[in-house]
Design a protein around this ligand. Structure first.
Ligand SMILES: [Zn+2]
Length: 161
């Protein structure tokens, strides 16, 4: 599908709601398993033809706290609580913030997670977590191929055209 057709609401499919109080990972686990199977690919018969099917995660649409959790970024009230950039909480009104320089990039954040995961002490983990604005606990979406910042954007409106 072209980008324009992909963005139409009729091409978005609701897989389910996470009930209040439920463990998010328990609800998402079967979906993650399906996405992993789709990433590996499989054959399927369509119109008497053997077709190879493959795919993966598109975008995660969620509210602010859940989106930060799925991107493995600290809450929005942390010092660096934006999942798109590393602006400090005290600088949120800085209109000259250089977004290109201060943007979070998947490959950079991945290195920060390696550093965090390799930290030896609880204090060191806390320091790195606070310094980078990242969470100790992995996201269930870390099990599939994705860019945690690009594929978990802040909510934007989709226009039906
Ligand atoms: Zn930001």
């Amino acid at each position: 599908m072209t980008q324009v057709i992909r963005q139409k609401l009729k091409n978005h499919f609701l897989l389910g709601f996470i009930p209040f109080g439920a463990n998010c990972n328990d609800v998402l686990k079967p979906i993650i398993e399906d996405i992993k199977e789709l990433e590996n690919g499989f054959e399927m018969d369509l119109d008497n033809k053997r077709i190879w099917i493959t795919g993966g995660l598109g975008n995660i649409t969620s509210d602010l706290p859940e989106g930060n959790e799925q991107a493995r970024i600290k809450n929005h009230n942390a010092n660096h609580g934006c999942r798109i950039c590393i602006i400090h909480h005290d600088e949120l009104n800085n209109m000259s913030f250089d977004l290109a320089m201060g943007r979070r990039y998947h490959h950079k954040t991945s290195l920060q997670f390696v550093e965090l995961d390799n930290a030896q002490t609880h204090g060191e983990k806390e320091f790195l977590s606070q310094q980078y604005g990242i969470r100790n606990k992995p996201s269930i979406f870390d099990n599939v191929t994705r860019d945690r910042h690009l594929q978990c954007p802040h909510v934007r409106l989709l226009a039906e055209t």
